[in-house]
Structures are given as structure tokens and as C-alpha cells.
Design a protein around this ligand. Structure first.
Ligand code: AMP
Ligand code: ZN
Ligand code: FE
Ligand code: FE
Length: 287
């Protein structure tokens, strides 16, 4: 989907309106399958002028992607995706244009990375209780040195022939509220937002459809959210319109992206959501 309907934000209709960006991409530094170099090459093929590397709990993919992009007519924006919990629901918060050398941020990320490893052992113990015997190495081999998560567990289960596909894995075992679900460390929305802000980043609520209660949306936004990921593969046109209106009323920035994880979710392609470059100029101006 290409997003043209940006009239309410009053963008200029100059050259930058012809440039497009995908602002939500994962690499092997978290649970994507593209290296940063592959991500850049694929993004160029997709005709993008800018991308944001937004891995879960790590900034590791940003510098290699930036290096790979040099002189190739594509801009890499630093970003991150943090997990928070609100009223028993998982809420993801994107941080755009963060200072990736921020000490407080790096210290927290190092803690989160270790915590994710411990969490895998807990998930595996819960799977064992369900009669599913998965070796931790099968998961860690897939994650290599990246931040390890549920998508790696899903891939390992399918690879080892212990589940048919991801939908079975997430519906029966490790989806939110399933028997082998394990929370892991979760910020409150305010903590995640504050961490991003103190690293000079812009906190944006990721895929807001996952917050399916309007009152809750108001509350999370009230914690200091500066933007909404309005353009997202799971958002229908009417949901998108609702978020556009919500963003306008709350003076929020608009972002969008595909949330491509490479071959780990092969149906979601880089650039399947493209937003016009002036949205990035708004992000930069808000910093
Ligand atoms: P984690 O951060 O380890 O809790 O994993 C969250 C990631 O798991 C998401 O970013 C998705 O990549 C993946 N995920 C969560 N729920 C599902 C689902 N129902 N189907 C496919 N992937 C999912
Ligand atoms: Zn993911
Ligand atoms: Fe997410
Ligand atoms: Fe994501």
C-alpha cells in the first residue's frame, strides 16, 4: 500500500513528496532474517529513499545498515522497538531518531538482552510441561548474537517438526495468554517512553490496532507518546482513518511501516507500506 492520503498534515507538494520510506524494519540483530546489508539492498530494490531499522531491544543493526547505505541514495534512520505492558496487554513503542550511543539506553538494552535469554529457558520449561521437548540450542542457533524472542522459538518449533506453522505455535503455545507464554521484562509505557526521550528519540505507538480499546489508547498516548504508527499492514482503511483523526485531535505525528521480518514472515515485504518523505521531515523537526 502506498500512502497518499496525507492532506490533513499539510505537506508541501515538492520533490520530497515523491520519496517514500518504510519506517519499521527488523534485521538479524533481533528477529528478522536480513542482515543490515541485505536489508539496505532489498530496500533499494523496493524503490525506497529512506528506511528505519527498528529492531526489538537493540540498536546493533543501525550502524551496519548506515554504512551499507552510504553513497547509494538511501537514508537509514536510527530506531528501536521496545516492549511495554499495559493492563495485561503487550504494547510496542517505537523510538525514532534515538541517539544510539546514549549510555542510559545502552545499559538498559544490555539488561534486556540478557533477560530475553533467561526468558527462552522459561518458555522452554513451559513447553516441556505441555509435552513439547525443544532444545534451547535450536532457538539460540537461529538468534545467533541477536536479541532472542518468540519468533525464534516459533521458527525452531517448526524447523524441528514440533509444530506445523507459526499460527499453530502462537495460537496453542506462545501467543499472549497461551500456556507457554512468558512475559519477560516489560516496561510500563511511561518507562519506555521516558527511556526513548532521554535518548533524544521520538516515542511512537507501534501498530496501535493491538490496543483495541479507545480509552486505553488515550491513556497510553497520555504517557507521552508523540506519534502513532498509522500506516501498518493490519490496519484497514477505516482504522487508518480513525487513527488519522485521533492523531489530528491529539497533535500526534504520523508514521508507518511494514514491520518486515524478512523470511521469518515472508508474506510481509519491505516497502509493502510506504510513507511519503515529508513525514520524516516532521519527525526530524519534532526532535
Ligand atoms: P517477543 O518480543 O519475543 O515477545 O516477540 C514479539 C514478536 O513475536 C513480534 O514482533 C512478532 O515478530 C512475533 N509475534 C508475536 N505474535 C505473533 C503472532 N501471533 N504471529 C506471528 N508472529 C508473532
Ligand atoms: Zn518481531
Ligand atoms: Fe511490534
Ligand atoms: Fe516490529
Amino acid at each position: 500500500m502506498v500512502v497518499f492520503d496525507i492532506g490533513i498534515y499539510g505537506y508541501d507538494k515538492g520533490m520530497n513528496s515523491m520519496k517514500f520510506a518504510d519506517l519499521h524494519l527488523h534485521t538479524i540483530f533481533s528477529d528478522g532474517t536480513y542482515t543490515p546489508e541485505q536489508l539496505v539492498s532489498e530496500s533499494i530494490k523496493a524503490g525506497l529513499s529512506a528506511i528505519a531499522v527498528a529492531d526489538h531491544d537493540t540498536v546493533g543493526g543501525i550502524t551496519p545498515a548506515t554504512e551499507a547505505a552510504k553513497g547509494r541514495g538511501i537514508e537509514v534512520l536510527p530506531a528501536i522497538e521496545l516492549s511495554a505492558e499495559y493492563a495485561g496487554r503487550e504494547v510496542h513503542i517505537l523510538g525514532y531518531l534515538i541517539d544510539q550511543s546514549n549510555g542510559v539506553l545502552l545499559e538498559k538494552l544490555s539488561f534486556l538482552k540478557q533477560n530475553r535469554v533467561q526468558r527462552i529457558y522459561k518458555i522452554i520449561a513451559k513447553l516441556e510441561n505441555m509435552g513439547i521437548s525443544l532444545k534451547p540450542e535450536a532457538v539460540f542457533e537461529l538468534a545467533r548474537s541477536g536479541t532472542v524472542g518468540r519468533l525464534h522459538v516459533a521458527r525452531a518449533l517448526v524447523k524441528e517438526g514440533l509444530a506445523a506453522d507459526f499460527s499453530e505455535v502462537f495460537q496453542k503455545y506462545i501467543g499472549d495468554r497461551c500456556p507457554a507464554y512468558e512475559l519477560g521484562f516489560k516496561f510500563t509505557p511511561r518507562q519506555a517512553i521516558d527511556l526513548i526521550k532521554q535518548a533524544r528519540g521520538i516515542p511512537v505507538l507501534a501498530h496501535p490496532y493491538t490496543v483495541n480499546d479507545d480509552g486505553m489508547l488515550e491513556e497510553i498516548v497520555g504517557c507521552g507518546i508523540m506519534g502513532l504508527e498509522i500506516y501498518y499492514p493490519e490496519h484497514s482503511q477505516s482504522l487508518q482513518n480513525f487513527y488519522l483523526d485521533f492523531a489530528k485531535r491529539h497533535n500526534l505525528l504520523a508514521t508507518g511501516g511494514s514491520d518486515c521480518h524478512g523470511e521469518a514472515k515472508s508474506e510481509i515485504k519491505i516497502g509493502s507500506i510506504k510513507v511519503p518523505y515529508p513525514l520524516i521531515e516532521k519527525l526530524k523537526a519534532a526532535r
